[in-house]
Ligand binder design. Structure first.
Ligand code: FAD
Length: 609
């Protein structure tokens, strides 16, 4: 394959394309590849970031932290000060290279539970169910099973029925995992958590060594750019303009036509090198800018809540109060453990030493071995009933709380439907509520790690938040970052679940064989036992796991929906949103497989016409 070709400004401005895709990220590039399979159709992708192809910070799995906060790769959005976290502001990283967040994610590959996807159909979205999703999700996957050495060392298991093998996106297993993770999984079993054969088959209740989006030969990251752009860059009908910031959708001027009715998009205005240009479209505009930027593009195009549009001085085109609302985020806090020094196990902590880091990078480059091949391996998704003896009373209190808020009219019926499904999941002991993921190094912020020591940090993830946030344009300029307000802990039940997670970790810390490899709990530390101290720790340590959804929810319009089940924006004839923002109710999964699946389904819907 020759060096990939990119469009120049002159190939794009004032030109007309069949489809314009705003955002060349995970969903956008998948969609671009599928639509441009038909050589008679022209596709333009406007991507705000740079290509950054073959960049080690992207390609080397263990190097992903190098991207964080660096504007070459990361949007590094900031939330508003969070009232219930003592005014703390959190950085929400999102990928800004070609390939979007798939270029900076932790590469874990899993699918949500069958019941989570079926819940979307129940919310009023015919056709969005597990069997249909699985078919689309497997389509682009190229799965390589673990070899015998990986299987015997790390106990990898899988079920071939749940994997595609003929697609473009490589999914495989890392050839090195910190051995403490194997001990942790055994302890999880001893604490009542089952071992899962495969986290891609619609049941995520259990612990397993997850697959990663990596190339099984080179061990390098596999992501939307390597799977869906690079192999297709020679297509004459596929045009990608980099550093092109989509500002707004241009609609046909109905005032001149003197008709009312649904709005038809005729192009997109975008910024490139500080200047504004327009590209025209014949068929559709596809908004794929991710859950933080897609609502902003709609609002700057005059689609949204009238109050928001007036506040930023944008002329309303379509009143859709759901735009930017219903934001749901998976949040987490870390608990760090020092490992028994006699074990001398390698963790990422060793990379703090520049000499060792350089040697490890050489090892990766020359032999595709060593610490830089490691990614996130252990995933364990657990029902509250397994984690906590208090589960049933906590859930019953939350049901009463929600029912009384509904009765008092504090929650609208649309949100009430979502909450009832969340309560049903909580009450179902086969559905999971919390996730425990291992970061193979020190990754908490109260104490300082000691050189030469090795650590393991358990990330406790809240998967079904009751708190709902919002993301709205801050001004009429697309270059101003949106206002992100996750409303963390607006519903105290979210905090209560995190408290149960911390208590469970203390049980696990005393469960063999993990117990024997731990020297001590570092953060928050065994002195933190009182509930108010644990709450304080969780608030201070709270961070995001970068999975925002819901800001352009696929729901009926009267229930604050933004897109219909064909992902078309209400009130338009030819604008769709295709990315994680359309997910109306969050799932217990790391969502990249979900996003690839959504994009595959969108491509099929668009091709059907
Ligand atoms: C740090 C991190 C770690 C993660 N780890 C995992 C993991 O291990 N496993 C997992 O399953 N998921 C993980 N995720 C989540 C997963 O990667 C994302 O949910 C998924 O990639 C989102 O896809 P998307 O298409 O919705 O958005 P993105 O992939 O973010 O694509 C949006 C694209 O639009 C571009 N863009 C934005 N605004 C504009 C504009 N106005 N004009 C033009 N272009 C624009 C962006 O630059 C970007 O390229 C992680 C995410 C992050 C950020």
């Amino acid at each position: 394959m020759s060096t990939p070709r990119f469009a120049e400004l002159d190939d794009v401005r004032d030109h007309t394309f069949d489809y314009i895709i705003c955002g060349g990220g995970t969903a956008g590039l998948t969609l671009a590849a599928r639509l441009s399979e038909d050589p008679t159709v022209s596709v333009l992708v406007l991507e705000a970031g740079k290509a950054n192809l073959n960049d080690p910070a992207i390609m080397v799995p263990g190097a992903y932290l190098q991207q964080f906060g660096n504007p070459e790769y990361d949007w590094a959005f900031m939330t508003t000060p969070q009232e219930r976290c003592d005014g703390k502001q959190l950085m929400w990283s999102r990928g800004k290279s070609l390939g979007g967040s798939s270029a900076m994610n932790f590469m874990s590959y899993m699918r949500p539970s069958e019941k989570d996807i079926n819940a979307w159909e129940e919310l009023g979205n015919p056709g969005w169910n597990w069997s249909n999703f699985l078919e689309h999700s497997k389509f682009g996957e190229r799965f390589t099973p673990p070899n015998s050495e990986q299987t015997s060392l790390y106990h990898h298991t899988f079920n071939p029925e749940y994997h595609g093998t003929k697609g473009e996106l490589n999914v495989g297993f890392p050839n090195s995992i910190m051995l403490g993770e194997v001990k942790l999984q055994e302890a999880l079993n001893n604490a009542g958590v089952k071992t899962l054969q495969d986290g891609c088959g619609g049941d995520v209740n259990g612990a397993w060594m997850a697959a990663l989006t990596i190339d099984p030969k080179t061990r390098a990251r596999a992501y939307a750019a390597t799977a869906f752009y690079v192999p297709n860059a020679d297509r004459a009908n596929l045009h990608v303009l980099l550093e092109a910031h989509a500002a707004k959708i241009v609609f046909e001027n109905l005032a001149i036509l003197d008709v009312a009715g649904p709005r038809r998009a005729v192009g997109v205005e975008f910024f490139h090198n500080g200047q504004s240009y327009v590209a025209s479209c014949r068929r559709e505009v596809l908004v794929c800018a991710g859950a933080i930027k897609s609502p902003q593009i709609l609002e700057l195009s005059g689609i949204g809540s009238l109050d928001v549009l007036h506040s930023i001085g944008v002329e309303p085109e379509i009143s859709l109060p759901g735009v930017g609302e219903n934001a749901q985020e998976h949040s987490l806090f870390g608990t760090s453990f020092e490992l028994d020094p006699n074990l001398n196990w390698d963790t990422y902590d060793k990379l703090m030493d520049p000499t060792r880091a350089a040697a490890e990078m050489a090892l990766f480059t020359e032999k595709q071995q060593g610490l830089f091949t490691m990614g996130l391996a252990t995933l364990s998704c657990i029902p509250l009933q397994t984690v906590s003896a208090e589960a049933m009373s906590l859930i019953s209190d939350q049901r009463s709380n929600i029912e009384s808020q509904l009765k008092d009219g504090k929650i609208n019926e649309g949100l009430g439907e979502q909450y009832r499904l969340q309560l049903r999941s909580l009450e179902d002991p086969s559905q999971v509520d919390l996730e425990f993921t291992v970061f193979p190094a020190f990754f908490t912020f109260r104490s300082t790690p000691e050189p030469e020591k090795a650590y393991m940090t358990i990330l406790s993830v809240l998967n079904r938040p009751f708190s709902r946030g919002s993301i709205h344009a801050a001004s009429a300029s697309c270059l101003d970052p949106p206002v992100i307000d996750p409303h963390y802990f607006d519903d105290d039940f979210d905090m209560k679940l995190m408290l149960e997670a911390l208590k469970f970790l203390r049980v696990l810390r005393n469960t063999e064989p993990w117990k024997s490899i731990i020297a001590k709990e570092v953060d928050p530390g065994p002195a933190v036992q009182a509930e108010d101290e644990m709450r304080e720790y969780i608030k201070q340590s709270l961070t995001t796991i970068y999975h925002t959804c819901g800001t352009c929810s696929m729901l009926p319009r009267e229930k604050h929906g933004v897109v219909d089940p064909k992902l078309k924006v209400y009130g338009t004839t030819n604008v769709r949103v295709v990315d994680l923002s359309i997910v109306p109710l969050h799932v217990t999964a790391h969502p990249q497989a979900l996003v690839y699946g959504i994009a595959e389904k969108a491509a099929a819907l668009i091709k059907q016409g």
